[in-house]
Write a protein that binds this ligand. Structure first.
Ligand code: AMP
Length: 329
C-alpha cells in the first residue's frame, strides 16, 4: 500500500502564490476609502488610511492589477493614497466630492475578533452614486466591498459580464438595508461574511444551516470568516476550512476581512483558475494576507511586504495543517 502523502517538505519549492504577471486578470473593487480612528489594547491611531476598498486594494495589488471606485471628501489627504498608486493601483474611479470624507471610529477590547463601532460618519458617502469608468467596465473580477448594498447593486448594472462577482457586507447594512442585501445575493457568485454577520443575516445559529440559507438565495460560494479561528468556504457540494495564522501579537484587527478578500480574489485573478482546488488555495492566500494586515495599524504592513514574505507565510500554512493518516502507516 502506498503510504506517501503530499507533505510540505516534498513541495516546499513549488510556489503557491504568483506575483502580478502579464496573464493576471484585472480586479475592480468598489468600496469605502476612509479615515479610521482605532483603539486597541496596544495603542491608538487617529485619522489613518482605512476603508474596505483601501484594504482590499492594498492586499490584491500583490497579485493582480487593481482598479478602485469610491469617493473621498474635499478634506481627504489624498497624498495618503500615493503608496497605493505606487503599487500600480488605478485610482481613476476615485471621485473627490464636496463635503467631508467617510470616517469610521472603532475600538477593540481584549476580544480582538469583534470591533465595537463608536462612530460611522458617512459624509460624502451618503450622496455617492458609483460611476464605473468606461475602461473599468470589462474587469473580469469584481469585488463589491463593504458599502451600502444599494450602491453595490448600482455597480452590477454598469459592469460587463464579469467572470466572478464577490461581495462583502457588515452588521450596519444587514440592519438598515436587508431587502437590498437579499436582492444582491441573487446577483453575486460569492459572499464573504464573518460568523456574527452570517448569523444576523440568516437568523440561524448553526453555520452549516446559515451557509445553506445563503446558497439557496444565489451565491455558489459562501465564505465565513471566524477571525483568529480561521475561515470556512461552503459550496453545495463541499466544505473547506483554513485556520488563521497563529500570530504572537495581533496589533490591530481592522481590515483583516478586506485583506482576506484581496488575497482571495487576487489569487484567483492571478491564476484565472476558478476550479475547486484553486478556490481552496485562494482561501489560504486570503488568510495569509489577513494575518499580515493585523500586524500593524492601517495598511502599513500590507504595503511593506513582498512576494517572498507572502510565499513563506503560505508555505507555513501548509505546515500548520499537514499530517499523515495513522491508517496509512
Ligand atoms: P474589516 O475590519 O475588514 O471588516 O473592515 C474595516 C474597514 O471597514 C475600516 O477601515 C472602515 O473604514 C470600513 N468600514 C466600517 N464601517 C463601514 C461601513 N458602514 N461602510 C463601509 N465601510 C465601513
Amino acid at each position: 500500500m502506498n503510504s506517501s502523502v503530499n507533505t510540505p517538505e516534498q513541495h516546499a519549492d513549488t510556489p503557491l502564490v504568483h506575483p502580478v504577471h502579464k496573464a493576471a486578470s484585472t480586479v475592480l473593487v468598489v468600496g469605502s476609502v476612509a479615515l479610521d480612528s482605532v483603539e486597541t489594547p496596544f495603542g491608538r491611531a487617529d485619522e489613518v488610511l482605512g476603508g474596505s476598498g483601501t484594504y482590499f486594494a492594498s492586499s490584491a495589488s500583490h497579485f493582480a492589477p487593481v482598479q478602485v471606485v469610491g469617493v473621498v471628501g474635499s478634506d481627504y489627504p489624498v497624498d495618503k493614497l500615493a503608496p497605493l498608486e505606487k503599487r500600480g493601483v488605478d485610482l481613476a474611479g476615485l471621485e473627490r466630492a464636496e463635503g467631508t470624507s467617510f470616517r469610521w471610529r472603532g475600538r477593540y477590547r481584549h476580544d480582538l475578533n469583534s470591533a465595537e463601532t463608536l462612530e460611522t460618519h458617512l459624509g460624502v458617502f451618503s450622496h455617492f452614486a458609483p460611476k464605473i469608468p468606461e475602461q473599468f467596465r470589462k474587469a473580469p473580477f469584481v469585488f463589491l466591498a463593504n458599502i451600502d448594498p444599494r450602491l453595490q447593486l448600482q455597480v452590477l448594472d454598469q459592469v460587463d459580464s464579469p467572470k466572478l462577482v464577490a461581495c462583502d457586507t457588515m452588521n450596519f447594512w444587514i440592519e438598515s438595508r436587508r431587502p437590498e442585501l437579499i436582492e444582491l445575493l441573487g446577483r453575486v457568485d460569492l459572499i464573504t461574511l464573518n460568523d456574527g454577520e452570517v448569523r444576523q443575516l440568516t437568523e440561524k445559529a448553526n453555520l452549516v444551516h446559515a451557509a445553506r440559507w445563503i446558497l439557496d438565495r444565489g451565491p455558489k460560494h459562501v465564505i465565513i470568516k471566524k477571525g483568529e479561528h480561521g475561515a470556512f468556504m461552503f459550496t453545495r457540494e463541499s466544505v473547506f476550512f483554513a485556520p488563521a495564522y497563529p500570530l504572537e501579537q495581533v496589533f490591530d484587527p481592522t481590515g483583516a476581512g478586506d485583506s482576506f478578500a484581496g488575497g482571495f480574489i487576487g489569487h484567483l485573478a492571478s491564476t484565472n483558475d476558478l476550479s475547486d482546488l484553486s478556490m481552496r488555495r485562494a482561501v489560504v492566500v486570503g488568510s495569509a494576507m489577513g494575518s499580515f494586515a493585523v500586524e500593524k495599524f492601517s495598511n502599513t504592513r500590507l504595503l511593506e511586504i513582498g512576494h517572498d514574505d507572502i510565499e513563506r507565510r503560505v508555505q507555513e500554512f501548509r505546515q500548520l495543517v499537514a499530517f499523515d493518516s495513522p491508517l496509512n502507516t
